[in-house]
Design a protein around this ligand. Structure first.
Ligand SMILES: *[C@@H]1O[C@H](CO)[C@@H](O)[C@H](O)[C@H]1NC(C)=O
Ligand SMILES: *[C@@H]1O[C@H](CO)[C@@H](O)[C@H](O)[C@H]1NC(C)=O
Ligand SMILES: *[C@@H]1O[C@H](CO)[C@@H](O)[C@H](O)[C@H]1NC(C)=O
Ligand SMILES: [Cu+2]
Length: 357
């Protein structure tokens, strides 16, 4: 009895080992599934927020030089974003670069901080019209990222005064409140050590105007990648915003980090917003997947939509997120569930947007 039981156990162990060896010889990874923030359980939300705090506390990989404020692993990514601001906004690599950037953050949370889930996204259409904005579950003081800062009067005549802004001070509740040096870089392109609190300056008006389903539908209806990208990014003025600017200014207004083109990833909400922009892109790709897995265009140089300074970004165009991941090309990130290939992404969304007729 003892012996046969021993043999049986060994056989089970041996076959399990064998299955593992086969599995590693033929990796068949399953994509992790990104879900909307409000659909996560309390436990999932708190483990995500715990992982964000962990990355904020890990030492940077960027070499220290010239008194830069790059202190944490989190800062490594903020620094990369600041450095590349004008090569990956209003250019053809905008969506591809940010897709890789968010996936890199997701991988850091999982590999370096033991997070088990996928990067959550924020479907901001659910928090419109304007009257619903400030009570979004994303701003919840107990289960979210905290809310607005105190109102700081601005200069209504300034061209940077975001319409409808309502805050501007330090975030007052939630997991990132009360930390005077949560942010180390910025404002704008400054990379010297500059300890700051996390600030928000919510604009319900801006969110209501640019983040409702009507704007999302207009974006999804774009006929090709060039028009799609321009609909997402919008123009350089507030009036010409797309869904991208909608949440940047809807959360960051004029004085919060989310409203700062360079330092916006300093607000952890950035990654939920950009996951949703990525989901808008994937939703658009899925409307005609075969063709749109290879549809890429848009200028190499900032706003060079008439190609006066150079050509368009192609599938071979390189993408770099600095010290936090290997360099890849646009081709490598066209498919979010391309699991298994070199540098490939391996995630899915639980739901995509549908084009309403
Ligand atoms: C440090 O600052 C000096 C002077 O501004 C500059 O020449 C040098 O390139 C900087 N070093 C790095 C690694 O950026
Ligand atoms: C979408 O609806 C909002 C709120 O009614 C409105 O302010 C905005 O102009 C609309 N946008 C488009 C593209 O129709
Ligand atoms: C660049 O892409 C746009 C579409 O985004 C296209 O209209 C244009 O012809 C392309 N330019 C070149 C030089 O290929
Ligand atoms: Cu960006």
């Amino acid at each position: 009895m003892q012996i046969s039981r021993g043999i049986f156990v060994n056989w089970v162990l041996a076959s399990a080992l064998c299955t593992n060896l086969l599995a590693s010889a033929h990796p068949r990874q399953k994509p992790i599934v990104r879900k909307e923030w409000r659909t996560l359980s309390k436990h999932e939300k708190s483990s995500y927020l715990r992982a964000v705090k962990c990355i904020l506390g890990k030492p940077a990989l960027t070499p220290a030089f010239n008194n830069t404020g790059v202190i944490s692993r989190y800062d490594d990514l903020v620094y990369t974003h600041i450095q590349q601001t004008f090569s990956m906004h209003y250019t053809g690599q905008f969506l591809a670069w940010h897709r890789y950037y968010v996936a890199t953050y997701e991988r850091m949370l999982r590999k370096e901080c033991g997070y088990k889930g996928a990067q959550p996204y924020w479907d901001w259409t659910l928090d419109t019209p304007a009257g619903n904005w400030a009570s979004s579950p994303v701003f919840d003081p107990m289960t979210g990222f905290g809310g607005n800062g105190d109102f700081i009067p601005g200069d209504p005549a300034s061209p940077f005064e975001v319409p409808g802004r309502s805050g501007g001070g330090c975030v007052k509740d939630g997991p990132f409140a009360g930390v005077p040096d949560l942010v180390h870089l910025g404002p704008q392109d400054s990379v010297t050590y500059n300890p700051q609190c996390l600030k928000r300056d919510l604009s319900p008006y801006f969110a209501g105007r640019y983040l409702a389903m009507n704007q999302t539908q207009l974006t999804l209806a774009a006929p090709d990648f060039g028009w799609f990208d321009r609909a997402v990014e919008g123009g350089p003025s507030f009036e010409a915003s797309g869904v991208h600017g909608g949440a940047h200014y809807g959360v960051g207004g004029a004085y919060g980090q989310m409203g700062d083109l360079y330092t916006s990833p300093a607000d952890p909400i950035f990654y939920l917003h950009h996951a949703n922009l990525d989901r808008v892109w994937w939703s658009w790709q899925k409307l005609n997947l075969q063709a749109r897995l290879t549809d890429i265009s848009g200028p190499i140089f900032l706003m060079d939509y008439d190609n006066l300074q150079g050509g368009n970004v192609t599938l071979d165009y390189p993408l770099s997120v600095g010290v936090s991941a290997v360099d890849v090309t646009v081709r490598d990130v066209m498919n979010i569930a391309g699991c298994g290939r070199k540098g490939a992404l391996c995630y899915e969304y639980d739901k995509v947007y549908k084009l309403q007729s």
